[in-house]
Write a protein that binds this ligand. Sequence first.
Ligand SMILES: Nc1nc2c(ncn2[C@@H]2O[C@H](COP(=O)(O)OP(=O)(O)OP(=O)(O)O)[C@@H](O)[C@H]2O)c(=O)[nH]1
Length: 308
Amino acid sequence: MLQKAMISEIDIELITLNQAIRDHFAWANKLIEFSLFDDRMDNSFTDPKSHEICAFGHWLRLQLTSSEENTAALLAIEATHEIMHDAMREVIHCIGNPRALREKLNNYFHAQIHFLEATDRYKTELISLRNCYDTLTGLPLRQLLYKDFSRIANLRHLKGSTFYLSLIDIDYFKAVNDTWGHNVGDIILKELGQLLASNVRMVDRCYRFGGEEFIVLQECQNYSDFTAVMLRIMNIVRTHDFIIPGKAIKITVTCGTTTVREGDELQAIIDRADKAMYFGKQNGRNQCRLWSENNMIDIERSATILAR
Ligand SMILES: Nc1nc2c(ncn2[C@@H]2O[C@H](COP(=O)(O)OP(=O)(O)OP(=O)(O)O)[C@@H](O)[C@H]2O)c(=O)[nH]1
């Protein structure tokens, strides 16, 4: 399944894909020029690995090395791209032999259509994925959390690591909207989303769960790693200057967190995190609580004790 941490990554991929397709057409036009004017062919046509040398091939390599999740879709494009280059080389070999050329040219046209169909499919996938992201904060929305969860549950099983789900809710956000207006509320949501996304590790995921609530899914080797991360996030948020027109303001959040246990349904996990968060709200806000059957553990106190 395709995966991106932020909507901007999808946009960048769409922009660069469009550019790569334009580069492909420039390359195809060059082929017509070479054929008509009998110019010297460059290695983006003649090399047996020409599909790796051309500008589109460069784009493809870059995507294949930078993302593991999209590999299947990208490899499907690569296969059609390579076949198209092979077909084009056969066309070149048949120049001067009109009878053979007709068939080779048809093969090339078909290969080109398959290649463009594969890139179209990928583009459609990227665009439908884009609809699962929040346009305000750029973060994945709750429907992606549900999709990601089954993959994460498998990972947990395979790697034996502990996953934590944290529900982060802005304190007194209604007052922010009432005092400074909804647009300022939006500025805060956007900035908080970016702050959270840039302060979790690459392997962790941050979602806009709805309204003024965010969810962070983290994979941690041990409890002290987890408490250290949460302590850091809480401190980053409470000390951050949120720039609104004419001034900078500070906000706090209350966080409820829980471990992902064997066989857990996602809804049950979210309910536990919600209970822990609610406990934090009722006990002064601006804190992070870990759900436990008997008491809701104060994560920041726990992190401080563990760090001694
Ligand atoms: N600006 C803006 N406000 C939103 C958005 N989504 C939800 N809100 C507001 O978030 C506020 C949430 O208010 P409450 O649920 O009362 O919570 P709160 O004021 O943060 O109080 P506590 O959570 O108890 O600390 C409401 O005023 C919603 O209108 C949004 O996308 N943009």
